[in-house]
Structure formats: structure tokens, C-alpha cells
Ligand binder design. Structure first.
Ligand code: ADP
Ligand code: MG
Length: 462
């Protein structure tokens, strides 16, 4: 093989491309786009290929998920070991994830390049104000990459996740950043409800032409909460055509949705396939460290001192989403203002006790978790508490235990009792196992989110 190279240069570019090509046929298109659209071959050195990636987050993820596979392929193709090394690309000024999930190390969002603020965007919704944790780093990186190169990478992009997890914030951050850095670009942010209303009014007032030209003349279209389009068949039709027109002229589109598009009902297949065409990324609830970082960031912004133990109290008790974290903080600050007192742990405990005692998951029972999980896996309710250990039963049972631990306040001992009198260490082991599996199996997290949604809906129905 050496003879394909001149003495001084090493060139494994073709091997790299072939290895990628092979990998592409082994994973889903979405997964491939997600991880490899933004990776670029850079150069070859003796026995190594250097590729460039937009951020260290990508690098870590690619190493964890694909390094062995790719190096295996390179070995087969080339006949000796070639190592892949990474370079973080400078030109996109990527977001670097920090170790403790704390501040977003985002370069200053140069808001002031344009004098005025964009009329539809909130000025606080910037990348700078968005705290990055492992729950949202992929979505944040994608959003950032889009803002730096609108229309060229990840088009369209769809960000999905539950209420209060930062969908609108991220979407508008893209808008604010593009507004500041690309003065010529025409940016339109609309909640899906506004799009629907505009469309209906334009028909009523016979101004459909104006409607069409308004939406089709933009360079960046940001549509928030597309789940509201369900059942609105005619509006869907119109958005479908808007989509095609913008897509064909390489205009960037970003959408948000409260669940994966595959779970939207009452959406035409052709529009669904358009949403699914580009990159779909999710936002998860923040973990404890990220919640601490978020509360700290909000407190910093207020120039007000709140003791660390109070911040920890809030982060520990409000686990649902960022909006609820903000609510708790706002309530506390309002109280302290009103009575003109410093906030102490005692005051915080007293003032927030109603918020803490009323988490939204309160009515979720282990019984519901078992029912939903059993049904999902086609098992009987009793399978989840029997002694059988076949894989087909053991895995769903472990998953149900994990969900019970995540969604209820029961201790591992209590959960063990509910699952056929098992020991608490068995429950701990089950939770650990699921957590490990989430890291290696990309399909597990979506399954878990689906189950959680079904469990919550179950609660409402019954
Ligand atoms: P969604 O649109 O998903 O319902 P929002 O974007 O409205 O959620 O976020 C709710 C609130 O939480 C907003 O005030 C937003 O600024 C804040 N928020 C959400 N995620 C973050 C984050 N990662 N860092 C800082 N603030 C956040
Ligand atoms: Mg929103």
C-alpha cells in the first residue's frame, strides 16, 4: 500500500472516506447526519488521520461511539493500524462543554452589531445566557453551529423536548445571534399558533399572496411549537409548500416541538417527513449539577446574594424543568424584597414548601409504571414481579425499576418490595444497568422518554 504515497506525504483520505461510507450503511441516516455531517477530513500523518470537528463535545461523542468501529474499518482497508485524531475547528467558534456543566463558554454574543433589537425576539434569549449540561449540549451545539453558518449545516433542524426545557430560548438564541452577525439576513420567528392565525386571516382577508411572499422571502425561519399544527390540515399544507420553497433555496429552518415528530398525531406524512429530513435533537431535564449552575447563573444576573445552601435546596427539590426552577427563585426573591430580609435556608424552606410538596410527578404510582412498561413490551403485569430471569422479562423489569426510581419518591427498598419482594441492592443494580445502557445504546433514551410521556398521560386519563 505504501506505494500509493510519495515519500514525504501520507494520504489516507480515500480510506477515511471509504470507512465513513461503510459506516453510513450500518447506522441510521439520522444518526449519520447527526455525527458526521460536521466532521471534516483535515490531513494525514504517518499512521494517523486528523479530522476536524466543531467542538470537544463532538470529539468525545465520536470517540465513545465510533472510534473503535472506524479504526477497525481503516485497519481492514489499509492493512495496518491507522489512528484517528481530532482537531477542534476554530472557524465556527464552537461551544466548548465545561467539565462541571457550568457556564456556557460561548463567546460574547455580539448583540450590538445591529443597533435595534429584533422585534420578535427576546433579548435575554442568547447563547450566552444558556447554561449547557449533558442534557442539552447536543442541541446547544447544533443550534450554535446553525447560528454560525445558517443554511449550510443541519437544515432543517428540529429541537424537541418537554415544557420549560429551553426550546424557545435556544430557538431565539439562533435568531439573536444571526441577527447580530448577519445584518443582511431576513429573520422570522413565529410561534406555530401565529403561523396558523396569520394563514387563516390571510384567507379571510384575501391576502394569501402577501402571506406567501412574507414567509417565503426569509433567510431564516424559526417556527416554535409545531405540535400546535396537529389537525390543522390546511395550514400544514401551506407550511409544506413554504418548507419546500425555502429548502430549495437553501434557507435555514429551525423548528421546535414538544415531542419527537414520530409521535405527533394528525400530521400529514409528507410534512412529517420534511421535519424529519434534517437533524432532530432533544432536550432532556437538567441533572442536579446543571440545575445548580442554572440557578447560580440566574442569581448572578440579578446581582443579588443568595447563599449556596439555598441554591442547593432549590436545585435538589425542583427537578422538573428550568421554568419551574425560575418560578421557585422568583417567588423567593419577591418575598425577600417584600419583607426586606436576606434570604436564609429557613426562609427558603418555609416559602417554597408548597412548591416542593407539589411536584408534577406526585400522582405517578409504581402501579402505573408497571402497567405502562408491561404493555409496551407486550408482557403481563405479573411478569414484572415474578422471579423469572429470562432476558425478555429481566430487561423490562429493570427498566420499570429505573422509571420508579426516577419518577417517584419511593426508596429502593420500597421499590424492591413492589417488584416481587426484591432486595434494594437489586433495584440499585437495575438502575445502574439502565444508566450504563443509556450510554451505549442510542435507542434507549427515546424509549425511556416515550414511556415517561405515556406514564404521565396515563395519570391524566385515569
Ligand atoms: P420551552 O420553550 O422548552 O418550554 P423555554 O425556552 O421557554 O422552554 O425555557 C423556560 C425558561 O427557562 C426560560 O426563561 C429560559 O430562559 C430558561 N432556560 C431553559 N433552559 C435554560 C438553560 N439551559 N440555561 C438557562 N436558562 C434556561
Ligand atoms: Mg417554548
Amino acid at each position: 500500500m505504501e506505494n500509493i504515497m510519495t515519500d514525504s506525504t501520507w494520504d489516507y483520505k480515500e480510506c477515511w472516506e471509504e470507512a465513513l461510507h461503510q459506516l453510513q450503511s450500518e447506522i441510521s441516516e439520522q444518526e449519520f447526519v447527526m455525527w458526521f455531517k460536521n466532521i471534516e477530513y483535515d490531513e494525514s500523518k504517518e499512521n494517523q488521520i486528523i479530522v476536524s470537528v466543531p467542538s470537544s463535545f463532538y470529539k468525545d461523542q465520536i470517540i465513545q461511539r465510533y472510534q473503535n468501529k472506524l479504526e477497525g474499518k481503516l485497519f481492514d482497508l489499509f492493512g495496518s493500524k491507522i489512528t484517528i485524531n481530532y482537531k477542534i475547528r476554530k472557524k465556527n467558534q464552537p461551544i466548548e462543554e465545561t467539565k462541571e456543566d457550568t457556564n456556557p463558554v460561548v463567546k460574547k454574543n455580539q448583540q450590538h452589531k445591529r443597533e435595534k433589537l429584533h422585534p420578535q425576539l427576546k433579548k435575554e434569549y442568547t447563547f450566552e445566557n444558556f447554561v449547557i449540561g449533558e442534557n442539552n449540549s447536543f442541541a446547544a451545539n447544533a443550534a450554535y453551529a446553525i447560528a454560525k453558518n445558517p443554511g449550510s449545516s443541519y437544515n432543517p433542524c428540529l429541537v424537541y423536548g418537554g415544557v420549560g426545557l429551553g426550546k424557545t430560548h435556544l430557538l431565539q438564541s439562533i435568531g439573536n445571534s444571526v441577527y447580530a452577525e448577519f445584518p443582511k439576513m431576513n429573520i422570522l420567528y413565529v410561534p406555530a399558533e401565529t403561523f396558523i392565525n396569520d394563514f387563516i386571516l390571510s384567507i379571510r382577508d384575501k391576502k394569501i399572496y402577501q402571506f406567501k411572499s412574507r414567509y417565503r422571502s426569509v433567510d431564516l425561519l424559526l417556527v416554535d411549537d409545531i405540535h400546535f399544527l396537529q389537525k390543522k390540515t390546511e395550514t400544514q399544507e401551506e407550511l409544506f409548500h413554504t418548507f419546500n420553497a425555502l429548502y430549495d433555496s437553501n434557507k435555514q429552518m429551525v423548528f421546535t416541538c414538544d415531542r419527537p415528530v414520530s409521535e405527533l398525531k394528525e400530521l400529514t406524512d409528507r410534512l412529517r417527513s420534511r421535519f424529519e429530513r434534517g437533524l432532530n435533537v432533544d432536550l432532556q431535564p437538567p441533572n442536579f449539577e446543571t440545575r445548580i449552575a442554572i440557578v447560580k447563573k440566574k442569581v448572578d444576573g440579578l446581582r443579588l446574594s443568595i447563599p449556596d445552601d439555598v441554591i442547593e435546596l432549590i436545585a435538589r427539590n425542583v427537578t422538573t424543568n428550568v421554568r419551574d426552577l425560575e418560578k421557585a427563585l422568583t417567588k423567593l426573591i419577591a418575598y425577600a424584597d417584600l419583607v426586606n430580609k436576606n434570604i436564609t435556608l429557613e426562609i427558603a424552606q418555609r416559602q417554597l414548601s408548597d412548591i416542593f410538596s407539589n411536584p408534577i410527578h406526585k400522582n405517578i404510582t409504581i402501579d402505573i409504571i408497571k402497567r405502562v412498561t408491561a404493555e409496551y413490551f407486550g408482557l403481563s403485569y405479573n411478569d414484572l414481579q415474578c422471579k423469572k430471569r429470562t432476558k425478555a422479562i429481566a430487561f423490562p423489569r429493570q427498566l420499570a425499576m429505573y422509571l420508579a426510581r426516577e419518577l417517584t419518591e419511593y426508596s429502593t427498598t420500597e421499590i424492591g418490595v413492589e417488584f416481587g419482594g426484591r432486595d434494594h441492592t437489586t433495584v440499585m443494580h437495575a438502575c445502574q444497568k439502565i444508566e450504563n445502557n443509556i450510554k451505549i445504546d442510542p435507542t434507549l433514551e427515546p424509549t425511556i422518554q416515550h414511556l415517561i410521556r405515556t406514564i404521565k398521560d396515563y395519570k391524566v386519563k385515569n
